[in-house]
Design a protein around this ligand. Structure first.
Ligand code: SAM
Length: 231
């Protein structure tokens, strides 16, 4: 997979993608991430990319021209899936991460300041919000999308690390985990996990997953019940 990030602050992205699982995936050539500073596409002699809003008001608005010029300069942009990070976009979910992980090439635009000129919207295929709050810029949001997406590409996680039982994969929260020691400050690991009985362990985990979803996320639990009734 190839991901092109268009940003005014490449240094907010680059150190993060060099680390851990993303860094390893890049090193192993399972993933390519290009980070492009769209300020360099400004025709303004001072490389200005923003201006005051028509109609007045606070803040600066990113101009359409440098963004669209940067987008068109990306090799393969015609076929790539072009994503705009915005708090006004579709709320991001695991199901979208799964869909995006199948794309060959994603281009992700990070806004900043007051946001961007409305006229850049038609150049993008999808608008994504990572939640109902406003960040200073799209970089952290783009990293959320990148991180959650690339771990679903086959071969990116270690063979023994599965994402199939992760929270949200089947619409439920994941069951609780325990590791050594068997008792920690009076808290014991549930006996079933020490039993070696695989079927009993699987049943316990499934039950805990459902219980946890019911108490912590009634919205997901309701959806789960509906799916059970109408598979
Ligand atoms: N004035 C805009 C509004 O109210 O919709 C918010 C602009 S925000 C300060 C600047 C940039 O941060 C946005 O253009 C977007 O790229 C990014 N951003 C902020 N919050 C976000 C969120 N929840 N999800 C995705 N991107 C976000």
């Amino acid at each position: 997979m190839k991901i092109t990030v268009l940003t005014l602050f490449p240094d907010m992205i680059k150190p993060v993608i060099s680390q851990s699982i993303i860094g390893r995936a890049i090193y192993e050539k399972k993933l390519q991430i290009d980070v492009i500073d769209y300020r360099t596409f400004s025709l303004n002699k001072h490389h200005k990319v923003d201006d005051t809003p028509y109609g007045g008001g606070a803040g600066m608005v990113l101009q359409a021209e440098p963004v669209v010029r940067a987008l068109r300069a990306v090799e393969g942009h015609e076929k790539a899936l072009k994503i705009l990070m915005t708090p006004q976009g579709e709320p991001y979910k695991q199901s979208q991460a799964k869909a995006l992980s199948k794309a060959e090439h994603l281009i992700i635009l990070c806004g900043h300041y007051e946001g961007f000129d409305e006229r850049i919207r038609p150049y993008f295929d999808q608008e994504i919000s990572i939640g109902d709050y406003v960040l200073t810029g799209g970089e952290v949001a783009a990293l959320v999308v990148i991180d959650s997406t690339i771990r679903l590409i086959p071969g990116v996680l270690n063979k023994d690390a599965s994402h199939e039982e992760d929270s949200f994969s089947d619409g439920l929260l994941e069951y609780p985990h325990y590791t050594r020691p068997p008792v920690y400050e009076g808290q014991a690991v549930p006996d079933v996990l020490l039993s070696g009985h695989h079927q009993a362990i699987a049943s316990w985990r499934r039950a805990e997953s459902i219980k946890r979803t019911r108490t912590r996320r009634p919205d997901l639990y309701e959806a789960y019940l509906k799916r059970q009734k109408n598979p």
